[in-house]
Design a protein around this ligand. Sequence first.
Ligand code: SAM
Length: 240
Amino acid sequence: YFYSKRAQINDYIVLNDEQAHHVSHVLRMRENDVVRIVDKENTMFFAHLLFEGKKVIAHLDQKIEDHTRNAVRITLLQGMIKKEKWDYVLQKSAELGVDCIVPFTSSRTVVKAKEERMDKKLLRWNKILLEACEQCKRSTLVDLKEPCLLKDAARYKSELNIIAYEDADATSEKLHRLLAKYPKISSVTIAIGSEGGFSKEEVSMLMEMGYHRVSLGARILRAETAALAAIHGTSFYYDM
Ligand code: SAM
C-alpha cells in the first residue's frame, strides 16, 4: 500500500479508509498479517497489521530491497486517446514499470484536455495508476504530469529520446537497433501519437529537439498497442 509521507522502520501507519476496507473486507486479513508499504520516497517495507476497531494500523518492521524497477527509467509521452483506451494505457504502463507519463495534445488529437475537468480527471487517472502499482506489487509510483501541448511534453527528455513513427516510407530505424547503439544509458523518453498519429511537422520538430524516429514494425499499431510494445521492448532490452 502507498503512504503519502516519508516512513521509517518502526513507524505505525494508519491506513486510509479505502485501504483499510480492502485489507479487512476484500483480503480478509487479520492481526499480524503482513502487507507491503511504500512511502513517498519510494522506500518499501514489510509491515504487520494491527486492528483497532475500524482502524487498521501497519507497523513497519523490515525494509525491502527494490526488485521491481526496470533497468532504465522510462518516460512515456502519450498523445491523448479515447477514455477506455487511455485508462488501459495507464494501467498497463504502470504494470510494465513506466516511471513517468506525460499526456499531450497535438494537431491530430481528437480528445482535448479541457482544463475545467482536469482536476477530477487527474484524480481518476492517479487512482488507476495507484491500483495498478499495488496490484503488480511494484515499489514505485508513476509520476503523472498534467496534459500539455506536444512541444512542452517533448521537454521531458532523457538520455535517449524516441518518437515512434509508423514506417510508411521505411526510413525509421527499428527500435531494438537504436537501443543497441546506447547500451549504457539509464533513461529513455518514448513519444507515442494519438489515434491520428503525428504530422510530418511534429516529427521534424521532435527530431530537431534530439528525438530519434523509430519503427515498431511493418504494421500500423493502435496507439495503445504501440505504447505498450515500445515500453516493453525498451525495458526488456535493458533488463537482459
Ligand atoms: N495516423 C496513423 C495512420 O492511420 O496511418 C496511425 C497512428 S497510430 C494509430 C498511433 C501511434 O502509434 C503513432 O503516432 C505512432 O506513435 C505509433 N505507431 C503505430 N504503429 C507504429 C509502428 N509500426 N511503428 C512506430 N510507431 C507506431
